[in-house]
Design a protein around this ligand. Sequence first.
Ligand SMILES: [Zn+2]
Length: 408
Amino acid sequence: MKKFLCHMFLMGIFILGTFGMTGTNVNADTLNHKPVVVIDPGHGGENEGTIENGFLEKDMTLKTSKALYDELSASGLVTVYMTRTEDVDLSLKERADFARQVNADMLLSIHYNASVNHDLYGSEVWVPLKEPYNSKGYKLGLYELNEFDKMGLTLRGIKCRESEKKVNTDYYGILRQCSANLIPSVIIEHCHVDNINDSVMCDEDEELTAFAKADANAVLEYFGLVTPDLEIRDLKVTNNSVFKTEDFPTPCYIELKDVDSDDLKAEILVSAHYSERPFVYYSYSLDGGRTFSERFTWPGYDYFDQKCDTEFEFAVDLNAEKDSNILLRGYDQFDVFSDSNVVFVAKPEIWEEEINKAPPEYNDKVIKTGISLANKLRDIAKYMFVAIFTVTILGFVTFRLKEFLRRK
Ligand SMILES: [Zn+2]
């Protein structure tokens, strides 16, 4: 009997252990200890990170991390460490090794972003490729993005990126090093400092503290220490979150609905029927794709539901001096983009009341609508032909009539 009970006990431990190790359930009960969180302020020392318009990333990450440390410590619910508290150089390996030493249950790498063309805005979370770190990072990422959504940021997603040199290996060093040390980790790119949509949300110390509060909430929700206000649904994005630039982008099409000659505006109807990734942003060009407008958020874009509107209308300001070749560019969460067909609108001086509203050609080929100079000349030739024909007939009839009358 004793032996049987002993077996049952061991079996219980085995079952508990198995369940604790597989699923993504990482609340404090299954950990059996106060969760250990390591906050890693990105960059430091010589490695300054992003520098744009007075923003210095290494300082921003340290300020945010200190505020996050204070928030989490004050909760009393988790044990918190920081990889650095000063402006010092620290390798990615040193950061991951520190997390290993303190037996971290999660490392949060704190960052702020910028883009080459300064056109990106929004928040994103990068997670490791391998399990169980992928699921853990993904779960924390959902809580993070839910917090950023409440703050009004655009959600660029929870993503993985594979190294170009080695398959099934993380592109980002901190995630790679942490997974090698068996430590769950995430990179949080809070927002883009070089785009006006986001820079206004991170240019004051209080705003960095607001980001830290959002991170603290997400961490406590992740460990099940506060009630989450986001239902973790079976999101499609889990299978669709690995960065691949070679992916075929969703096509999009445009159609000219109307031209307002007084206000110099063209009304454009956009349509896109995506099967997988919805569009996050769009921009447009008036010169057939040589230069583009700033990016705008695609109407109806919802990260959590992986949806965007399949049709919407927008107005573009036309150039009074030039013909316009209007083209729309749609971007998904990996910034993989596709260009629409081109809609031609002649410069205002040769506009006519009737603008040819050709239906969009669903073959990604360039179509041209509107009144071009060639069309105009063709129309003039047509009218002249009709006029000459009419005069000839009238002349003939008059001649015959005269002849008839003379005979009489
Ligand atoms: Zn950074």
